[in-house]
Write a protein that binds this ligand. Sequence first.
Ligand code: IFM
Length: 455
Amino acid sequence: MPTPPHPLGPFPDDFTWGVATSSFQIEGAAFEDGKGASIWDTFCQVPGAVSDASNGLVACDHYHRLDSDLDLIAGLGVDAYRFSMSWPRVRPGGDGAWNEKGLDFYDRLVDGLLARGLRPYLTLNHWDLPEELQARGGWANRDTVHRFVEYACGIGRRLGDRVASITTHNEPWVIAMLGHDAGIFAPGIKDLPTAMQVSHHLLLSHGLALQALRAQGCPSQLGIVLNLSPMHPATDSPADIDRTRLEDGRLVRWYMDALFKGSYPADVLEFLGPAAPRIAEGDLAAIAAPLDFLGVNYYTRAVVSADGPWDVHRSGLELTDMDWEVYPEGLTELLVRLHRDYPVPPLYVTENGSAFKDQMVEGRVHDSRRTHYAASHIEAVAQALRQGVPMAGYMLWSLMDNFEWASGYEKRFGIVHVDYDTQQRTLKDSALWYRDFLCEQKTRRGSGLLMAAGA
Ligand code: IFM
């Protein structure tokens, strides 16, 4: 069993520990029980879109293994499970009829978590937009904003009294930029003005959904999850420094300013020129609806030079299998900066984790590098707490190996190994370490909670 790099913490008694997944990445059952197609079902069929030519038809078969997967989660000793709902599973066309069998799956998921003493953290949109809405323009069409608000309200009525929190969107930057500018994620569009309009519509739909959920008395904590990284200039040349400021504007300030200041950053608007989104009166005020929490997904920093794309694999430091630098101090830096520059609500690290090439040896996966990654980032959160940042929780990405989007099944982020031939789940050493760490936390809390027997 690998040991963590140093003693971790301390963490407050009410700090929430969890693991995270998303619907498309684990559920499978892509066309069962009335589920409609999502844009990722479609995108996976595009030759070359997914590196191993795989898809989400089966994934981790979680849809059919719900109860045993819930036991697996409970056995880790976490407080919370962050998962997403597949919009086309519960409302196949994006609007129109709801699919009772799809809703029933999430009822069972939420009730199963509660029965095991776990708090459900629900995300409404982790990228799998109904294909029928894409056929009508998807997130580039302002009408999708209203369809999302209807979806949010329907789910709020159905589950709002049982889930601890509702996140509107996971990583709107990724949906906008990788899906509509770089075109390497669904729906595969390559057009900057479209991408910026999409980012605005995602933020607007978030703000309007929060207002509508609150108006209907939804008791869950409401928020959004952003993927953020500190940006560091490659050199101290003025050109690299200027470019770094702009890239920070596009990744961090575009979203944070809109959510917390009700404006988009002037330097980014100037850079965009005619590619800037159309913004209707009242949109920015709606986007800045107060948040109960903000989720931050952190994996690495970015190193920026004036003459090239950002680099996430600066030589010299350890790299994960995604070629992302292991840079835990960047997490402290980011959290402290968010707290310094914005009136942030309680913050969660809603995703943090690492892909490494794993080997199963006599039924064990000795993934000490993943354990060290997790431990050093958990300590980075403790550092942020010591500096006064209102940290509320930490969720490891991911519960189990799963479909890593354009990388297919080749990249393994799980603390639980999945054999895709047999669907057997095996706790990696990192999962055993996390379980022991959480057990210590609970002992320290004096809560008297016991780890699930035999897990
Ligand atoms: O797997 C993804 C997840 O869906 C969103 N955040 C980043 C993870 C790792 O790439």
